[in-house]
Design a protein around this ligand. Sequence first.
Ligand code: FAD
Length: 497
Amino acid sequence: MWWWMLGLLACVLLLAVVIFFLTAGRRYKVFSEKSLRPPAPLVTDSRQRDDRLKRGFREDRVPPALDAVVIGSGVGGLTAAALLSKAGKRVVVLEQHDQAGGCTHTFQNKGFEFDVGIHYLGQLHEGSMLRVALDQITEGQLQFTRLEQHFDTLILGQEYHIHAGKTEMADSLKKQFPGEEEAIDEFMRLMKLASRRTPLIATLKIIPYWLASFLVRSGLLDRISSVFRLAATNHSEMMSRLTKNKDLKALSAYLFYGVPPKDSSFLINALLLHHYKRGAYYPRGGASEFAFHIIPVIQRAGGAVLVRAPVHRILLNQQGKASGVTVLKGQEEFEIHAPVVISNAGIFNTFQKFLPQPVQDKPEIQSLLGLVRHGMGSFLVFVGLDGTKEELGIVSTNFWMYKDNDLDTLMERYSSLSREQVLGNIPMMFITFPSAKDPTSNVRHPGNWGFLFAICYTNVFVFPGQIENMLLYVWNKIMSYTLTQMFSYTRTSACVL
Ligand SMILES: Cc1cc2nc3c(=O)[nH]c(=O)nc-3n(C[C@H](O)[C@H](O)[C@H](O)COP(=O)(O)OP(=O)(O)OC[C@H]3O[C@@H](n4cnc5c(N)ncnc54)[C@H](O)[C@@H]3O)c2cc1C
């Protein structure tokens, strides 16, 4: 009997969703092929770029009659603002830093340009959803270069190469792990399933909360699709069911984002690797091209993106609804009003800093915050090398290096170390050469090649007096081991910035 009721309920919900999207489509013409233009030439003039990316906050620059305020100009905030702008809304994006873009911003020092947080993206092949979405919010101006098929190298003592390609990824892994063909096939199957069924997880956010809660608590969710089980199973446990090979287990979670495999969902790690299966791409002109091409879409609808605009508080009206924000400039606090406030500044900033104490203290907010915790951070070192790509022999492949193939124990041991012990015990490094990926690099910065490496660290790492030692240690490590392994190092003139 209850199967009938559930089926009926599902049909009603489906109908409601279809009607909603059909009528919304008529109300807002957000996406259109007409908004695409042929890509314009790359803008290299720093004045022109700064006018757009570094427009400072002034009260008279805040557009009147705003429809929404967005806190933070990361790609998330800019995307939300651009979509609203395409629907005809007037939006202001407020950014605390001195340039827009968040993790996609780049900076220059001593003639070198450095990326901060975009080193490769996947799923950008023609017709992919991400490609269509990026085209829409940049009017087709953001261009990408496809990287080599061998896009990542993983060093676990032994070296492994990760290849992109519908069949090539699995084929190359099978060659590198003889005897593990079955485990690799099953891993690939689960990766595909994860990718195809993940939208079902989003439907949990669309349906009413009580229904989502009922489906979770009753265990019905697992019967609807196995993707929910993949999401709820930790990576280490799932991989233990597939193989005993420790290197293969480590490889399946090598795209490290600060959470050890035993504490991360299998679904997320599978999706991450799947993301690059059809190829890895790099933004032509560098990562700052994201913000550079999204901002005009916001401006065209009467909106603005203003930097040096640290949001201090979210304002609430008498009904307790968000009604604007305040921006702190020196001792002065400016009020900006809008009926919608979108915070892209992170859950902890939003709930623990921007909202008033009585709201923070609400049990539902506390229980929400109790579900999340800060991940591990990274310590980034930016290095400029004086030489051409050919002289230095640098490549577009990224390098992931781990001290051990047991990532769980490695991270657990590392986070329990004392301040004094951490210096000689760095568990992993990520090394990448953005300039080797971008064909416009040698036009924009001839002869200067920047690279970045990131080292996993915990809070104990950053303390005064030790930074120089840390840099020295890392630098020595690179000179003595990494570079010689990765490329034929021919010039010694380099600077650590
Ligand atoms: C080292 C590194 C490497 C990465 N590599 C890749 C990669 O290769 N490929 C990939 O796809 N992803 C990569 N990522 C992840 C990717 O960069 C991020 O997931 C993405 O850019 C996050 O965007 P966001 O908009 O959510 O947040 P953010 O970019 O963090 O934006 C948040 C913004 O909010 C602003 N803000 C905070 N508080 C306030 C305030 N009070 N007032 C105003 N503004 C405020 C911040 O200054 C920031 O600009 C990497 C990340 C890092 C750190």
